[in-house]
Design a protein around this ligand. Structure first.
Ligand code: CUA
Length: 343
């Protein structure tokens, strides 16, 4: 009975590992968040390790499954069979089925331990430093070397290691960009570190991977990998501090939005570089107009979506902590014009 249960367990284990691999492998191009489509060295090493484990498990599944099937068919009880000869213990078999798993586990353990050490620190060099802070339900992304902060979008240069420090402002989150690296927990009162590197320019989707409350599934983000010169240009544009003045100068509507923002409730929670708005409760909005999405990756950053968000955040993102501030549609339009001009 024990042997039988052991075999079934191993079949289930083999299938559980294999099925997602087959499904995702089949439609990988349509899955921008698949760890089976690595886009950088860290994710690639981790996939290699996954594959070693997968193939060893597959080998165990085939051997044990075949032996089980053979035994079930070959030694079926036939009509008229009596009780078979009773045996107890078989030293040779027991030694074999102890030794073989030890060897197989060593095949998995050696590369796992080696890779844990290899991936613990980024290769030394001109690495990009980023500090990520998880909030319910969005991400602050700080560039300490350059002294600015953005939210839910991390721009990085291709071909350069990015060293990330992960902290939480409230509960436990988990930072995961499947195509670039495995997940790392984001824990209050603790700074975890990780690194990754993107080979090609592109947008890599990320997702909070630790249940953290109502909008956990809506706690998304993007890693945007740029060519080195585009990245340098972005850093340069981002460190100029008069964005709010420029935004307000784009038209009367934006100018009115600027005043509403600075004199209303917005400035108490949000920050815009070079202005009296220095709130730290919500996302830094200094470069809001250049972001691809709003509400932590939920919606495209369009005027209509932004207006709906300001009107009633909870209606478009369950549990959102930003309150709905009563104001006229005209005022919302002015705020939208100002925020979208923040580039
Ligand atoms: Cu943050 Cu789940």
């Amino acid at each position: 009975m024990d042997r039988c249960r052991n075999g079934v367990n191993r079949i289930i284990y083999g299938l559980s590992v294999l099925a997602p691999a087959l499904v995702s492998g089949h439609a990988s191009a349509a899955l921008p968040q698949s760890a089976l489509e690595p886009a950088g060295p860290v994710a690639r090493m981790q996939l290699d390790l996954f594959n070693i484990t997968l193939y060893i498990s597959l080998f165990i599944f085939v051997v044990v499954g075949s032996a089980l099937a053979y035994a079930v068919i070959r030694f079926r009880r036939k009509p008229g069979d009596g009780i078979p000869p009773q045996t107890h213990g078989n030293a040779r078999l027991e030694i074999i089925w102890t030794a073989v798993p030890i060897v197989l586990l060593l095949f998995m353990a050696v590369p796992t331990v080696r890779m844990s050490f290899e991936l613990a620190a980024a290769p030394a060099g001109d690495n990009v430093q980023v500090r990520v802070i998880g909030y319910q339900w969005w991400w602050a992304v700080e560039y300490p070397e350059h002294g600015f902060t953005t939210a839910n979008e991390m721009r990085i240069p291709v071909g350069r290691p990015v060293e990330i420090t992960l902290e939480s402002a409230d509960v436990i989150h988990s930072f995961w960009v499947p195509r670039l690296a495995g997940k790392v927990d984001v824990i209050p009162n603790r700074a975890n570190t990780m690194w990754f590197q993107a080979d090609e320019p592109g947008v890599y989707y990320g997702q909070c991977a630790e249940y953290c409350g109502t909008s956990h599934a809506n706690m998304r983000f993007r890693v945007i990998a740029l060519e080195p010169e585009e990245y340098d240009a972005w850093i340069a544009s981002r460190t100029s501090s008069d964005v709010a003045v420029q935004a307000a100068a784009t038209g009367d509507l934006a100018a009115r939005g600027h005043d509403l923002f600075m004199n209303g409730a917005c400035a108490a929670c949000h920050r815009i570089d070079g202005t009296p708005a220095q709130g730290t409760v919500g996302p830094d909005l200094t470069d809001f107009g250049s972001r691809l999405t709003l509400a932590a990756g939920m919606y495209d950053n369009t005027p209509d979506n932004l207006a709906a968000w300001i009107k009633d955040p909870k209606a478009v993102k369950p549990g959102a902590l930003m309150p709905a501030i009563p104001m006229s549609d005209a005022d919302i339009d002015a705020l939208v014009a100002f925020l979208q001009a923040l580039k």
